[in-house]
Ligand binder design. Structure first.
Ligand code: ASP
Ligand code: MG
Length: 418
């Protein structure tokens, strides 16, 4: 069981988490619980580090920010003991959870579960702080923001758990954002690959890295709500969304499109009149890569003859909006090497994506998308595809309309509003 920061925000909520854990124990399960810090706490701790010195030592930053989870794991163990459930906390260094030494964004390696297995077998609940581990030279590490999802999946894999239940403030994964489409449906199952696409295109339910790890280690992950009382359905009845391998989805269950995601955090850059010659595109993307900027959608227009000179072409691509300023700087510095005429940029764009493993075996998904958007007068500025995803870039103001009409076009609307 993994509980996020909202579920751990205050003693009252920690008590209800304890009650929830007790029910699972009473049902005959051995339970390990992974917890986040109280909501807002990690931000507060990060703030302290920055205040102490903008050039803080990342090893000491990890010591500071890992403490939020130390507090909640101890408190949950106390709350469990108080209602008669034997429990103890296991800090990252105590197990230990080995990681590399990429401080603030460490990756989990081996996890020692011998002590844990013995403790569970003796009838104790194990409470494990998420987000933290220990490096080979015994320094505290953290996994990057949102990392306790990854801790939970890694623990489930190491302990060979039947399931990893992630309790969060939504009750599952939806076909799209229910705030935009009230008729969005909760999915009973979604595949790892679909979840990765949905996560990376803006449906932020789980840390993307945790989904990749679950896929690699074949961990069955359920996303379910933490906001329900004593009468909440037991987790074994699968009230949430199960994230599973594709082979677990039957032919009948399979939809053409599983979900529609949107992302307003990209910015579009166009370089005009880039010389049409070998190496041009490399000259654009090399400085961006060197600046550690992830380019997402790319389109290179057909070359045209500019008056009296060699042929040239416009190149358009997207970068995270937060990296726009750095991108412009990197490109302007490389202007001589690239040889573009103008740099035009636009942050008022949104990426809308349709995702589904069903499109592997069906034609026409992209054409339905384009026709549907065209009929509503929505202009497409860029397109990118993968085997299970079609994304378009449109004007930001048209995001909600696009999501709604596509949800209907692919037959995803529920009978009644959610
Ligand atoms: N507390 C950490 C954070 O806020 C890790 C987590 O909650 O997943 O990023
Ligand atoms: Mg989270």
């Amino acid at each position: 069981m993994k509980f996020g920061g909202t579920s751990m925000a205050g003693i009252e909520r920690i008590r209800s988490v304890a009650a929830r854990v007790k029910r699972e124990v009473a049902a005959g399960n051995q339970v390990a619980v992974v917890v986040s810090a109280m909501a807002g706490e990690t931000d507060r701790l990060v703030g302290f580090c920055r205040e102490a010195s903008p050039l803080y030592d990342p090893r000491e930053y990890d010591v500071v920010v890992a403490s939020g989870e130390q507090v909640t794991s101890g408190l949950l163990a106390i709350a469990l003991q108080a209602i008669g459930v034997p429990a103890r906390s296991w800090l990252g260094w105590q197990l230990p959870i080995h990681t590399d030494d990429a401080f603030a964004k460490a990756r989990i390696g081996e996890i020692d579960t011998d002590a844990l297995d013995a403790s569970l077998a003796a009838g104790e609940v194990a409470v494990i702080p998420g987000f933290q581990g220990v490096s080979d030279d015994h320094r505290i590490t953290t996994l990057g923001r949102g990392g306790s999802d990854t801790s939970a999946v890694a623990m489930a894999a190491a302990m060979k758990a039947d399931r990893c239940d992630i309790y969060t403030d939504v009750d599952g994964v939806y076909t799209t954002d229910p705030r935009i489409v009230p008729r969005a449906r909760k999915l009973a199952k979604v595949t790892y690959e679909e979840m990765l696409e949905l996560a990376s295109v803006g449906a932020k339910v789980l840390q993307t890295r945790s989904v990749g790890l679950a896929m690699k280690k074949n961990v069955r992950v359920q996303v379910l709500s933490s906001f329900t009382g004593d009468d909440a359905p037991m987790a074994d009845t699968l009230p949430g969304t199960m994230i599973v391998g594709e082979e677990e989805i039957t032919e009948v269950e399979r939809q053409l499109i599983t979900g529609i995601a949107h992302d307003k955090n990209e910015a579009k850059i166009t370089l005009t009149a880039v010389p049409d010659k070998p190496g041009s595109v490399a000259a654009i993307f090399e400085p961006l890569a060197a600046a550690n900027i992830n380019v997402d959608m790319i389109i290179q227009n057909i070359a045209h003859q500019s008056a009296g000179s060699a042929s040239a072409t416009d190149v358009t691509f997207t970068v995270p909006a937060a990296d726009l300023a750095r991108s412009i700087e990197a490109l302007n510095q490389a202007r001589g090497a690239i040889g573009f005429a103008d740099l035009v940029h636009d942050t008022r764009v949104a990426k809308v994506s349709v995702v589904g493993v069903g499109m592997r075996s069906h034609a026409g998904v992209a054409s339905t998308m384009f026709t549907t958007l065209g009929a509503r007068g929505i202009n497409i500025q860029a397109i990118s595809t993968s085997e299970i995803k079609v994304s378009v870039l449109i004007h930001e103001d048209e995001t909600e309309l696009a999501v709604r009409v596509l949800h209907t076009a692919y037959g995803l609307d529920a009978e009644e509003a959610a």
